[in-house]
Design a protein around this ligand. Sequence first.
Ligand SMILES: [Zn+2]
Length: 125
Amino acid sequence: MPFIPCILCGSKLEKRVDKNSKPYFICDPCGIQLFVRRKRGIELLNEAFRNLDKAQLPFTVHARNLHEIRALIKEIDGVKAEIDKIGSFFLSDEESRIRKALKTKLNNLLSQLDQIAKENIKKTS
Ligand SMILES: [Zn+2]
């Protein structure tokens, strides 16, 4: 069965057809509805489904990366919040060390994000 991934959660969305035989996709948990109304879109969709094996790969990669990127951003926000909590003035030795460790972690997370972005560019070019 032909499907495309939900742009938010990555679930498989199966192709449905409306009463005018135009294709559409619905993600129930997210409430996303995607309608393909024009000739150009329908042609592109059919083309993608015709090359299903080839087309599915970038879809899957894309959906996987979305998950990773969202998880990373969440973690980055968490670390930033921790750093803010400690502040940067009048720190005890221990606080300074914690702050330094958090900064290192933040840098690591940011490089991971860069890495994913670079991989994506390589895959799409
Ligand atoms: Zn979804």
